[in-house]
Write a protein that binds this ligand. Structure first.
Ligand SMILES: Nc1ncnc2c1ncn2[C@@H]1O[C@H](COP(=O)(O)OP(=O)(O)OP(=O)(O)O)[C@@H](O)[C@H]1O
Length: 799
């Protein structure tokens, strides 16, 4: 039983899946319970049965269950063996992997490969450069001359050859002209009559190969009709021409560069017939065929939208295309050629190349052009449609000649657009392109004139010095980059504009700030100036006051008891308020009496002066007053003189309360005023009592009431127009009042009622001009300045 349990436990042990090719026995039971059968192949069954027999050496029959257990045990053993075998095999496989040395070798090989690739690219680029240099040295415009042999008809007619090939002079031909003179022409290569198509193409091959390096190439055949242009370009099935051979060469180069370069070749075939473009690969029987026009592509190249571009993969395909295109070509019979080409046939091969190593792409065009015959109309017997065709042909050939002449003379304008032909060839003719011209000539003496024309034209073409050829890259990507560059340029411009405007604004701001600073400085200067002026004015007024007071009661003023500590008026003056609250500076006007005012009489002069201060004139009279005062002579005020004042004595004295104005009506009387310079000994004292009294007056103004305070500003003016009532009001409160009441000046007008002298008093006035400020006048808006001589009107008003 223990054996059975051991077997069962072994059964339950998972078995490693076998990779052996031998099929393993499949267990069909859903579990491993005893008593259930296992399916296995016959071979194994046989093995097990034999082993079972071995398991019972006595040969006695064993129990069926035990037998099964033994079978399974054997089976497990087999599986274990298989597992071991597989493990060993796996070990071998693991050992078969390349070791680190191999990996290292592979890495080295890779590096070497990269190095070789790089070198190859460098060499390839160098080869291209040198190759191109060779072509350039030979000339980007190359002219080959090919002379066909005399044809049968010419031989029959006994025509002789006028072309001589001097073997000593390579690439030169001599033309025996009708006047028996020989004309010599030299070209890049001269093909003799016996030279076949292969020889011709071998000379053209280097130029053709340039298109694979990304250069634009144009090969065209030019010459009189029947001279073999079509033969050279197209050839015959037996003697295939440049077109077929070119494409064959291109495929060959493409194959040679396989793995490094990837090429795609496209072929288009068109003709320019009577200045119209016809697609030779399209179904021209279709009446709805779109008219083809030349358009300038965004890349700057000339394109014909709608023109069929057939991708070609092999030479046979190319041949079929060329044949079908040639079939569609417009041909007609002329007296010179039975199958004369009545149009310019253009085969365009587009080569798209991609360097697989560095990803550089190129797109270039190769034009293979079989021009229509350059025969003169008069020479060949044509009329009707043929004549029209010939005219178009000649016109376009003439345009080609003009373009070539312009290129030769290096003029700024090349007239490419004068014909469809030159317009189409614009990007491949002249400039930086490679051009190869076959000038086809006839050896016949009968064609010598045409031959000379063609050779002369070819010589001109050969004289063109093209600029070094430029490699053509695939302009699609280039155009995108160009657009991106343009956009970024535009953005940069915009940015610069913004920056400029910001800068200009900053400059303006700085300038304005500077102006502001200057103005602020000016305001400060003016303020300081104003303060100075105010100080000076107050000093003058205080001096004048002191003089007046000193003159009237100098001793009493000096003996005033309890004088406060002396303080100047300017110290007591409140500081200037904010500039906004202040009046504009121009409104502050110093009142300086003018010098030129004529004073007719003393009486008149004094009257005018008194009138300026007359309160009854009201505020309307203030400007007038100022004007009048300004008209007064300043010097006249400064010169001490005696003036007469007309005073009206007041019959009665009306004293009101401090809140109402007091008016004194005085009878008209004359007084004399003598203006004197104040005595120096009084100047030192004049400020103290005045200031003291003035400060006391200010201090006591609160107690006296707002009206009294409002009249504070007019205190100095009252020196000239004292109010007895006002004096009465302040008499008790201020020493100045007391002082005024006792002064001669103050006492003078009220003398009528106060018992003073009726005669005129002499008052000492300061000789300096009195400065008036409209500020004071504004402050006196509701205050009517009391006058020494109240007028009638004023008295009426106050009554
Ligand atoms: N080099 C040559 N060797 C042998 N045959 C030639 C050669 N050149 C031209 N021919 C033959 O001359 C004939 C006229 O040639 P071709 O048609 O090519 O002249 P073309 O210049 O194209 O005339 P067109 O301008 O009228 O089309 C053809 O039959 C052609 O086979």
């Amino acid at each position: 039983m223990e054996v059975a349990m051991e077997v069962i436990s072994e059964l339950c042990t998972p078995v490693v899946p076998s990779h052996d090719s031998r099929p393993l026995p499949s267990i069909t039971g859903s579990d491993m319970a005893l008593g259930e059968s296992f399916e296995y192949d016959d071979k194994m069954g046989n093995e097990l049965s034999s082993e079972t027999e071995l398991a019972s050496p006595d040969g006695a029959h064993t129990l069926p269950i035990l037998q099964k257990v033994i079978d399974l045990s054997n089976k497990i053993k087999n599986l274990k063996n298989q597992h071991m075998l597989l493990t060993e095999r796996f070990k071998l496989d693991s050992d078969a992997f390349p070791g680190p040395e191999v990996v290292k070798t592979l890495h080295l090989l890779g590096t070497e490969h990269e190095l070789l690739k790089k070198k190859y690219l460098e060499e390839s680029s160098e080869r291209k450069r040198l190759y191109n240099e060779v072509i350039e040295l030979k000339g980007n415009i190359r002219v080959f001359c090919r002379c066909r042999p005399l044809n049968e008809s010419e031989l029959e007619s006994g025509s002789t050859s006028v072309i001589e090939f001097d073997s000593s002079q390579e690439n030169e031909i001599q033309v025996l002209s009708s006047d028996s003179s020989k004309k010599q022409f030299k070209f890049d290569h001269v093909f003799k009559t016996e030279d076949g198509q292969g020889a011709v193409f071998s000379q053209a091959k280097p130029v053709v190969a340039s298109v694979m390096d990304g250069y634009n190439v144009c090969i065209f055949a030019y010459g009189q009709t029947g001279t073999g242009k079509t033969f050279t370009m197209e050839g015959t099935p037996e003697n295939r021409g440049v077109n077929y051979r070119t494409l064959k060469e291109l495929f060959k180069i493409s194959e040679e560069r396989d793995g490094v370069m990837k090429y795609e070749l496209y072929v288009s075939m068109l003709e320019v017939y009577n200045e119209k473009i016809r697609d030779l690969l399209a179904d021209n029987s279709n009446p709805n065929l779109k008219k083809l026009e030349i358009k300038q592509a965004a890349e700057g190249t000339q394109e014909v939208p709608g023109l069929i571009e057939a991708q070609v993969y092999g030479t046979e395909e190319v041949w079929e295309i060329l044949k079908s295109g040639n079939r569609a070509r417009s041909v007609g019979s002329t007296s010179a050629n039975e199958l004369s080409s009545r149009s310019h046939c253009l085969l365009r091969v587009t080569v798209k190349g991609e360097n697989l190593l560095n990803g550089h792409r190129t797109k270039s065009h190769l034009w293979l052009v079989d021009l229509a015959g350059s025969e003169r109309v008069g020479r060949i017997d044509v009329d009707g449609e043929r004549l029209k065709e010939s005219q178009f042909i000649n016109k376009s050939l003439s345009a080609l000649g003009d373009v070539i002449s312009a290129l030769a003379s290096k003029t700024a304008h090349i007239p490419y657009r004068n014909s469809k032909l030159t317009h189409l060839l614009q990007s491949s003719l002249g400039g930086d392109c490679k051009t190869l011209m076959f000038v086809q000539i006839s050896p016949s003496a009968a064609d010598v004139g045409e031959t000379l024309c063609s050779l002369n034209f070819a010589s001109r073409v050969r004289g063109i010095e093209n600029a070094p050829a430029r490699k053509q890259t695939d302009l699609t990507d280039l155009f995108k980059f160009k657009q991106m560059a343009e956009k970024s340029k535009h953005d940069e411009k915009e940015m610069k504009k913004f920056q400029d405007s910001v800068q200009s604004l900053q400059l303006r701001l700085t300038a304005r700030e500077h102006i502001c600073r200057t103005l602020q400085e000016k305001v400060r200067d003016l303020e300081s100036h104003l303060a100075d002026e105010r100080k000076a004015r107050l000093k003058q007024e205080s001096r004048a006051l002191a003089t007046v007071v000193g003159a009237s009661q100098p001793s009493s003023m000096l003996s005033l008891p309890k004088l406060a500590a002396p303080k100047t008026i300017t110290e007591k003056k409140p500081p200037l308020g904010p500039s906004k609250l202040r009046l504009p500076l121009r409104k502050i006007t110093n009142f300086i009496p003018p010098t030129s005012s004529p004073l007719p009489s003393k009486k008149r002069r004094v009257s005018s002066f008194i009138n300026t201060a007359h309160p009854t004139e009201g505020k309307e009279n203030v400007p007038k007053m100022m004007t009048t005062a300004a008209a007064a002579n300043t010097r006249s005020l400064l010169i001490p003189r005696r003036n007469s004042l007309a005073l009206r004595p007041t019959p009665t004295v009306t004293t009101t309360t401090t809140t109402t104005m007091t008016q004194v009506f005085q009878p008209k009387r004359r007084v004399s005023i003598a203006t004197l310079r104040p005595r120096p000994e009084l100047q030192s004292h004049m400020a103290t009592p005045l200031q003291t009294s003035a400060s006391k007056l200010r201090n006591g103004s609160a107690a006296l009431g707002p009206q009294l305070f409002a009249t504070r500003k007019a205190r100095y003016s009252k020196l000239f127009s004292p109010l007895p009532e006002f004096q009465t009001a302040v008499e008790a409160a201020t020493p100045i009042a007391a002082m005024r009441s006792s002064s001669k000046f103050m006492g003078s007008p009220p003398t009528q009622q106060g018992g003073g002298s009726r005669n005129g008093k002499v008052i000492a006035l300061q000789r300096k001009p009195i400065v008036w400020s409209p500020l004071k006048l504004r402050g006196l808006k509701n205050f009517r300045r009391p006058s020494l001589i109240p007028s009638r009107s004023s008295s009426t008003e106050f009554q």
